[in-house]
Ligand binder design. Sequence first.
Ligand code: ACO
Length: 401
Amino acid sequence: GIDIKKLRAKTGIVTLDPGYKNTGSCESAITFLDGEKGILRYRGYSIEELAEHASFLEVAFLLIFGELPNKEQLDKFHKDIKAESHVDEDMKKILDSFPKSAHPMGVLSSLTSALIAFNPMSVNVSSEKDMYHAIIRILAKFPVLVAWTLRKKKGFPLDYGDNSLGYVENIHKMMFKKPNEDYKTNKIVIEALDKLLILHADHEQNCSTSTVRIVGSSHAGLFASLSAGISALWGPLHGGANQAVLEMLEAIEADGGDTKKYMAKAKDKDDPFRLMGFGHRVYKNFDPRAKIIKKAADEVLGDLGIEDPILEIAKGLEKEALEDQYFVERKLYPNVDFYSGIIYRALGIPTDMFTVMFALGRLPGWIAQWREMRLNNEPIGRPRQIYVGAKKRAFVPVEKR
Ligand code: ACO
């Protein structure tokens, strides 16, 4: 075969591929994706089967360690997580210093970074054992940070979890238990949350995951890499789309529900408006996660007895887009974010927390990808460039400019 190292040294070849549309950054055994056929599998298992039958914690184990856990392995994994679920009290002071208006994604990224100071042993992970402990710590503490971020917004006291509950149920309780009121669990809500988290758990080399891998490739610790990944996810072209979708649907509703008007805006090249929740870099047929979420949205709203006009607007937009030449030609279909916000809203999650929920789901995927990168001893990520700036020129002192 071709020795790329020698070829590069000899020719100085640099491939230019803005947005990495065709450039692979690694070999990975975690997630398989076929964008043409709309297939998504974690470690060989179809997303449809996992969403239907698995729990989020099982999927986390599967993604990170490569196999579905048996009962004993799953119990130990959960037990280890529960033993690490305390967060340093001083972290509350950091959270308290943010203004109430702070965006939860900024808060979460900062808190994840701050967690390093309180867990310095999670930074230098030279053995698989160290890695395991760092992974357990973040799987245990991240949900507490998520819950605290929401509780602070609501003005609730910052509680800890209840280790007698399942992983997802505990997250729900930490987020929603009202002060001076007993927590009542709701099977429909917990199952919906479990499913949403599974659907978001990994998606191969997307923007935030590539960020986690590239930051981790400098041997920055897991928490620092994750904090960077959270920032990458925040953007509206990536995870931030779920918030943007709901705000768009609300705006359409407030404007009289005229979907055609917004379809026209999305197609107008002089208008920066895009139909949020439509289109995907790799899915050019359909996003299998969107199909599952659309069905789940119908079920959850039905089971909870909620009639949401926004669901009808979303369905209307999808129907129009599927029949519209502009969208058909460009292969623009609803993506995972198009219907997820409707369920989050039905579950009582505020709009600006939607992307936080995405981060919560993506956590095991980021961890799995970081671990794979470290175990593969991948080199530091360092893209090349083609320089197009000024030629060499002489310095001019400020008074002569
Ligand atoms: N509405 C209207 N037109 C669109 C949309 C959209 N949502 N998405 C793409 N297009 C058009 C583009 O204008 C472009 O048209 P052109 O060929 O006439 O210039 C063509 O479709 C291709 O679009 P690109 O932006 O080149 O595709 P890319 O792969 O770079 O972008 C992306 C993918 C970012 C997801 C894009 O479709 C988009 O902005 N969608 C809306 C935001 C969104 O939903 N993001 C969530 C993605 S899923 C996730 O991260 C979990």
